[in-house]
Design a protein around this ligand. Sequence first.
Ligand code: PMV
Length: 316
Amino acid sequence: MPTITATAPGKIILFGEHAVVYGRSAIAAPVNQVQARAIVMAQPLAPAGEVQLQAPDIDLQARLDKLPETHPLVVAVRGVLAELGVVRPPACTIRITSTIPVAAGLGSGAAVSVAVIRAFATFLGHPLANERVSALAYEVEKLHHGTPSGIDNTVVTYALPVAFQRGQPVELLRLPAPFTVVIGDTGIQSPTAIAVGDLRRLWQAEPAHFESLFDAVAEIVQQARQAIENGAPERLGALVDANHGYLQQMGVSAPQLDRLVEAARLAGASGAKLSGGGRGGNMIALASPERAQSVADALREAGAVRTIITHVQAPV
Ligand code: PMV
């Protein structure tokens, strides 16, 4: 049996995080500079049905049946077995590695799930369509997030810029003019479930106020989508800034994020905002390709532990 490898990229949310949990649409893009990788190797000498999981980054080396049923990797692997109706897979080892920072809003959990689901299904002789890969990865996301919108598993599966709305088919964006994004990591690990849960409590206390913030974000998302699809990314900076203002009002920013956002703007970014769950993790800044490196340098000086320059573009 051949060895099978699958990879999945990291992701950023360009517009609409948090509001997307409440049914509004959001825009996300893959970050191909970082990725998760799963390799499935047959172990012909081991008894049939034995699946070994290896994830050296998190010091994991265990047999599937020895891990808790709620372990994210177990949910991913068992999801594939159930999907394909396989009870006793050929003995194999699944090795997982990732260069995506964890709990930083870059979609590391979703990327690991997608890589594992794809590689394992292909190893079993039944490569899965994107829609099924994303649906199985969504089941794993529920463990990480509680009430995930599904945007992370969607963008990571399709590995293309997407507009996403809960319960709607995914829409791939037309992107006539690529644009450059600088990502800055605060280095603060911030589980998405906490920011999402805190916002939910605020929304429960004052639903009308927060619904109006989500509507305002939805309006920004719509304008941003038009700018992207009409090949006018120069219009995005002001929309990025406005989106950050609403995220601050939702209580999901943090002083370190605001400091990086400010530093990016001072260094010539046309707009900057937090990206993902917030409270820590990453922010993004829009910059011309010529200015991107000086924006990245300014983010480092302002305390970013890592920067990535990425290009949002149509399939190449
Ligand atoms: O995984 P993160 O931190 O990029 O957050 C995902 C975006 C949220 O809107 C905050 C949550 C969700 O499920 O959509």
